[in-house]
Design a protein around this ligand. Structure first.
Ligand SMILES: [Cu+2]
Length: 247
């Protein structure tokens, strides 16, 4: 009778990534009561790519990208497009599900890009222009010593991290790519980027261009290109006591 118990414990230990592999990524999405399975880097690609249930772009490792100039900064490596899209209404909430998250420092952001001619598979990811629809940074204290939203997302108890993001009400109906990015900054001068992307089919929005057609050019960002690792940090950011997220 002991053998199955020991085996079960062994399997659990083997399957659950511990702090030793302290990276991660976006595993699944939910919209309302519907669950959308994401790409799983630990499952063979041939069991996932081209499957009709797949709505997330391919990412092959839970390791981060370490460079803000990585060609894969938009939708991870390799970012192969999925066959399907997540249906969602403008103004509705999509929740990103992480099986666990162990890093506490740095901003979390969510972005959209509209797919030309509603063809997200044809999007050139290094040229796509993204607008930010959600952000959370420093909640309290200083950049170095304060508490980041990412810390509240941290899970040591085996519970999944849930990240709900509401799409803008005035979005135009059509196809989009949604990009979730966690930027972890717990190691000095060695940023860790964790981007994952899924394809969306937005209905119930505005006809035509929608709010995304009105985003001023300065707010449209390209990945890589949005970040500069050698940039100057504004002195007001370093000294302030209370943060309200990164601008
Ligand atoms: Cu990590």
């Amino acid at each position: 009778m002991m053998v199955p118990v020991i085996l079960a414990a062994f399997l659990a230990a083997a399957l659950l990534p511990g702090p030793a592999s302290a990276h991660g990524g976006l595993s699944n999405y939910t919209v309302g009561e519907t669950w959308y399975r994401g790409y799983d880097p630990s499952t063979p690609p041939e069991e996932q790519l081209n499957k009709p249930w797949l709505t997330q772009r391919q990412w092959t490792t839970i390791d981060p990208l370490f460079s803000p100039t990585s060609p894969f900064l938009a939708c991870n490596d390799p970012g192969t497009p999925p066959p399907s899209s997540i249906p969602i209404s403008a103004g509705e909430v999509i929740t990103a599900v992480y099986y666990y998250w162990l890093h506490p420092v740095g901003p979390m952001t969510a972005w959209l890009t509209r797919c030309p001619e509603d063809n997200c598979n044809a999007v050139n990811l290094t040229e796509a222009k993204w607008f930010k629809i959600w952000e959370a940074g420093l909640l309290d204290g200083t950049l170095e010593l304060g508490t980041w939203y990412q810390k509240s997302f941290q899970r040591w108890d085996g519970e999944p991290g849930l990240w709900p993001v509401r799409l803008p009400e005035g979005l135009g109906s059509g196809r989009y790519i949604i990009r979730h990015e966690i930027l972890s900054l717990h190691v000095g001068f060695r940023p860790q980027f964790y981007p994952e992307c899924a394809h969306l089919e937005v209905t119930g929005g505005k006809e035509g261009k929608g709010v995304e057609g009105e985003v001023p050019g300065g707010y449209l960002k390209v990945f890589p290109g949005a970040y500069d690792q050698d940039g100057e940090l504004p002195s007001c950011e370093l000294g302030r006591e209370k943060g309200k997220g990164l601008s």
